[in-house]
Design a protein. Structure first.
Ligand code: HEC
Ligand code: HEC
Length: 212
């Protein structure tokens, strides 16, 4: 990265933090969604994310069991156009902040469901080493169960995990605090593939440590 693009990146990270200051600076922040209202609003999401947030589409993540702050922040990012996807843009365009909190509460209340994809044991073992080297489970917690605003990775296809890691590295996927953009920079494409196998191997259905 040139000094200029580093500077632009730092500025973009600051701007994104500023946008989220009311919610992101407080570790105590919790959303106040109504899961029952969210269940009704989530009917529009079923064609792509599956019934009760359990997706079978490889490119559409499962939402069941996701930590609510993450779901809420992502909906916010899609609506603000900071995270871009042609299918999600129309799905969030008319959502209010309360809708987003209700949806986040609803999906968090559904049990997480792993994809049970076949994985390559040698690649998963190499992925474990890469995960340890980059402290992936320090933030995502053991088994990638999620924590506060850090997403659970259970129920994501390997294809999706790999695509997101490539996106953070290429900076085509913006993240709200810069943690993943920074983490992804030193990863090689082989690391990314191995990490995809490792996530398939260990993504857990254990409850997240914090329901925030
Ligand atoms: C027409 C298909 C479609 C519909 C309808 C749709 N989504 Fe999505 N959604 C996607 C796809 C595809 C992605 C992955 C985007 C990417 O690759 O960045 C996604 C991503 C997401 C994410 C990010 C999850 C993560 O793990 O990062 C959230 C949250 C989400 N959708 C919520 C919703 C909600 C809530 C609704 C209903 C109000 C909805 N979506 C409706 C296709 C859809
Ligand atoms: C410093 C904390 C931190 C570390 C270390 C970290 N992550 Fe993350 N990760 C996050 C946060 C925060 C997000 C949500 C960012 C956003 O807004 O997109 C995230 C998002 C992700 C996503 C996208 C999930 C989705 O549903 O779209 C994947 C995949 C991921 N991380 C994998 C990894 C892997 C693999 C590693 C290790 C190489 C790692 N993370 C290391 C904090 C971290």
């Amino acid at each position: 990265m040139s000094p200029n693009s580093r500077m632009r990146h730092a500025l973009a990270a600051l701007v994104s933090l500023a946008l989220l200051v009311p919610v992101a600076t407080s570790a105590q922040f919790s959303i106040s969604g109504d899961a029952a209202a969210g269940r009704r609003k989530a009917e529009a999401c079923v064609p792509c994310h599956g019934p009760r947030g359990k997706s079978t589409r490889p490119d559409a993540p499962s939402l069941a069991g996701q930590v609510p702050l993450y779901t809420y922040f992502q909906l916010f990012q899609f609506r603000a156009g900071r995270r871009q996807n042609a299918e999600m843009a129309p799905a969030v365009a008319s959502l209010s902040d309360q809708d987003m909190q209700d949806l986040a509460a609803y999906f968090a209340s559904e049990p997480a469901s792993p994809r049970h994809e076949a994985f390559d044991e040698t690649k998963a073992a190499a992925g474990r080493l890469a995960s340890n080297a980059h402290a992936c489970e320090g933030c995502h917690r053991p088994g990638f169960a999620g924590y506060q605003h850090v997403p659970r990775l259970t129920g994501l296809s390997r294809e999706y995990v790999v695509a997101q890691l490539r996106g953070y590295k290429a900076q085509t996927r913006a993240d709200y605090d810069g943690a993943m953009t920074g983490t992804a920079q030193p990863l090689s494409d082989r690391d990314i593939e191995n990490l995809g196998h490792y996530v398939s191997a260990v993504a857990t259905t254990a409850p997240a440590e914090s329901s925030n």
